[in-house]
Design a protein around this ligand. Structure first.
Ligand code: ZN
Length: 57
C-alpha cells in the first residue's frame, strides 16, 4: 500500500472537488435548478431541465 497514493488522491480530490455555485439557471417551467447546458444546432447554447425535460434558450 503506497502511502504516496493516498496523498495524491487527497490532492486531486481537493482540487477537483465540485464547488456548487448558486447559479441563475432555474427552470422557468418547474423552477428546478437541475439545469444542463447544451449546444444548439446554430452553435448557440440552450438549457435543458433534467427534472422536467423543459428546453429553452
Ligand atoms: Zn423543469
Amino acid at each position: 500500500m503506497p502511502a504516496s497514493t493516498r496523498g495524491e488522491v487527497h490532492h486531486l480530490r481537493a482540487v477537483g472537488a465540485p464547488r456548487r455555485k448558486a447559479t441563475s439557471l432555474d427552470c422557468p417551467s418547474c423552477g428546478s435548478s437541475h439545469v444542463a447546458q447544451v449546444l444548439g444546432d446554430n452553435g448557440g447554447v440552450s438549457y435543458v431541465c433534467t427534472a422536467c425535460g423543459h428546453i429553452w434558450s
